[in-house]
Design a protein. Sequence first.
Length: 414
Amino acid sequence: MQRRLRVLLSAYACEPGEGSEPGVGWNWVCEVARYCDVWVLTRANNRPAIERALDEEHLRRVSWVYFDLPRWLCFWKKGQRGIHLYYYLWQIGAFFLAKKLHAKHRFDVVHHVTFVTYWKPSLLCLLPPPFVWGPVGGADRTPAPFLKTLSFRGKLYELLRNAALSLGELDPLVRLTARKAALALPCTAQTRRRLVRLGARSVHEPVQLALSAAEIARLRANSPPPPPFRFVSVGRLIPLKGLHIALSAFAAAQADLPQAQYWIIGDGPERKRLEALCDELHIAQKVKFWGRVPRDKVLELLPQCHALVHPSFHESSPTVSLEAMAAGLPVICFDIAGLSLQVTEQTGFKITPTTPDQAVRDFARAMVALAGDHARLRQMSEAARRRVAECFSWEARGRFAAELYRKLTEQCTR
């Protein structure tokens, strides 16, 4: 019988019951712990939620190491101010703690799981064991023709983000992380290309994130909702989500879908602009803004809808699209970034982002096609459920990680 490998997971964001980055960290820990002895290096503010969830037997064997910077530096995180600087400094402090942990426990593999951004370094690559980086994303950008459709805030955000990506690639610590990685796991093809340019010597094919078996079963258990046909979008109301494109498409489809409704779940700085757009397009009575709701509530609301509209301009590995497909909702999205890998012709409509006017027309056609063909909707719904169950389960990711670690350690001992 093979011995259980000792794995150090760096999971800055790690929290049970959450989506996005915290959910990535938590689920990676849960599944890897089935096969390996795991130490988790994470932030101290995750501790209360983690300790409330440590009921499963295999999680009791996980060693949790909580680390934060001195209290006076936490000023930078208030209101999201300077979170990138705080995270950068946290990585430096985490390295010295991880070095002590390795001297004591002699890890077989070190794996940086969250945050998953290719232009931010992880100094854990300097430890002796093989270093796994990812899944990492962040290289995808808003298509140039769509920048003019953004608000001033949106244009400024994209300008600053693009500058951060370019500067990040010049950071010697980022390049060091790429070169030292025994294996880099990108989320998308674009990020894969950037990792190669940064000097990563071994880069895997794109790896998307997943859902747990419990989440898949919960979402699958719901029956198809009754009329009227209801579209839904979920996420922070920020420019890169492209909801102005989706609302314009919904308005263009009104002649064919006079009874249809549109739910928008989430909140953010673009809400007033989007509400004003609904008034301008004369669809305000058919669009419901739910505001920010807990993730449990999101999982209750999704099955009450028929299709997810997710016109995001760049997302490396969105989980809401997987949640929607698990609930039987076909997805209408741009054919870019992680969505290109998640959604197929059998499970939704992928729109080529050529021009804003073309995108509005194509999104509208997809809406009409889904709402007007019940047989097609039913086929896509079942195909979406199957795809998530077969290709996007955290259990499968755990087996993948365990096999990966074993291969890396065997290569190092040859």
